[in-house]
Design a protein around this ligand. Structure first.
Ligand code: 2NL
Length: 380
């Protein structure tokens, strides 16, 4: 069967040996009969257009698309090969075939464009599917990276309780003057607490605070009643380290000043604190005591939260655990704060955070709280 061969050099008619007349036609002959060429070219162009459309329709990746572009429109492409044969056309046929060739080229270009767009859309769809992110998914569980130090836990717990009762949290400097640490708190010049044996002095007048009540003395100076504050923080005393002493420890002190504040308010407030902190059946008791800054003063015990008062190892058979000091603010302390003791009264209290933590967690050696041994800390 004869067929047309087309390559970069032109269009050729291939005639099989048995059909060659007297061997006058070579195996392939350059086609020269112009009418036939026009028809063949038209058919070729149509078939190129159809084949290109089919192949471009089926494209699913950009490499294949580029290969097809080269195969049809490239320098050595099928369409270019056809156009090379234009010279063999008659003057009438040339513009007609030329227009057809242009139309086929435009059609293929458009199909390539469309296939490119379709591919882009598909790639984007695939990318979106691949990178799909479900923002409603629950987050990864947080690795346990640590926990609060038992002292910080107790301090926070206490602050929460007092905040719930309407107290503000107040803080102040750890390096203080003897005025706020002693004088304004009605501690006389000759009081043993002022001794260098007990307090760390930086100069005659500057020291490391030995109690957080300096914060309260400062608050009374700057704020007018009603005052309701608690002041947690570090304090320093010149003590040798042992199971129950440390030169640095933590206190939380409280102060309430208003008209008509009584010892009944103090007792009610402390009872509510003790019940919230140590359990709802906790009772409190006041034992008379002396502090320079309060009058009357008391030491306050809570009923043992382990045995409930019967006596056990934790309360050393007492049934009661000493937890804080408290009293009605001394009139001199109010005067130092420019508050008239004939108009206002107040109560104050103070407790050691270490002491509460040791009682609550049954820790028998205070040093454990400062050594930062994770085997110890991870128990809380
Ligand atoms: C204790 C004793 C106490 C206070 C602290 C205080 C503060 C002002 C006025 C009056 Cl500004 N008092 N603080 C009062 C009584 C006792 O603590 O041994 N704490 C562990």
């Amino acid at each position: 069967m004869s067929f047309v061969l087309m390559n970069g050099r032109g269009i050729f008619l291939f005639v099989p040996r048995d059909r060659r007349r007297n061997n006058r036609v070579k195996k392939t002959a350059h086609i020269s009969r112009k009418g036939i060429i026009g028809k063949i070219m038209r058919e070729l162009l149509e078939s190129i257009k159809k084949k290109a459309a089919e192949q471009l329709e089926a494209v699913h990746d950009s490499e294949t698309l580029e290969a097809l572009r080269v195969a049809y429109l490239g320098k050595k492409g099928e369409l270019t090969a056809v156009l090379r044969g234009m010279g063999k056309l008659s003057a009438e046929e040339r513009p007609v075939i030329g227009a057809l060739a242009n139309e086929v080229r435009a059609s293929i270009e458009q199909k390539i464009e469309e296939a490119g767009e379709k591919l882009k859309g598909e790639l984007m769809k695939q990318k979106l599917a691949r990178e799909r992110l479900d923002v409603t998914m629950p987050g990864n569980a947080v690795r346990p990276v640590g926990r609060r130090h038992p002292l910080a836990q107790i301090e926070l717990e206490m602050c929460d309780i007092f905040r719930s009762m309407g107290f503000d949290i107040a803080e102040g400097p750890e390096v203080e003057t003897d005025y706020y640490n002693f004088t304004a708190l009605n501690t006389p010049e000759n009081h043993p607490a002022r001794d260098v044996q007990d307090t760390f002095y930086i100069t005659d007048k500057i020291l490391l605070r030995s109690q957080t009540s300096c914060v309260q003395a400062r608050t009374m100076e700057t704020c007018r009643p009603p005052i309701r504050i608690v002041s947690p923080g570090r304090v320093y005393r010149s003590d040798a380290v042992d199971a129950t002493h440390s030169p640095m420890f933590h206190q939380l002190e409280g102060l309430v000043v208003d008209k008509g504040i009584t010892m009944g308010d103090l007792k009610g407030m402390l009872e509510l604190f003790a019940r919230t902190m140590f359990g709802s059946d906790t009772r409190i008791r006041f034992r008379p005591h002396h502090f320079p800054f309060t009058e009357p003063s008391a030491e306050v015990d809570i009923s043992c939260f382990v045995c409930g008062g019967k006596g056990c190892r934790v309360c050393k058979g007492e049934g009661w655990i000493e937890i804080l000091g408290a009293g009605m603010v001394h009139p001199n302390v109010l005067r130092y704060g420019n508050i008239d003791p004939d108009v206002y009264t107040g109560f104050a209290f103070g407790m050691g955070i270490e002491r509460v933590a040791m009682r609550k967690y049954n820790i028998d050696d205070m040093r454990l709280l400062y050594e930062n041994d994770v085997r110890f800390l991870s128990q809380f």
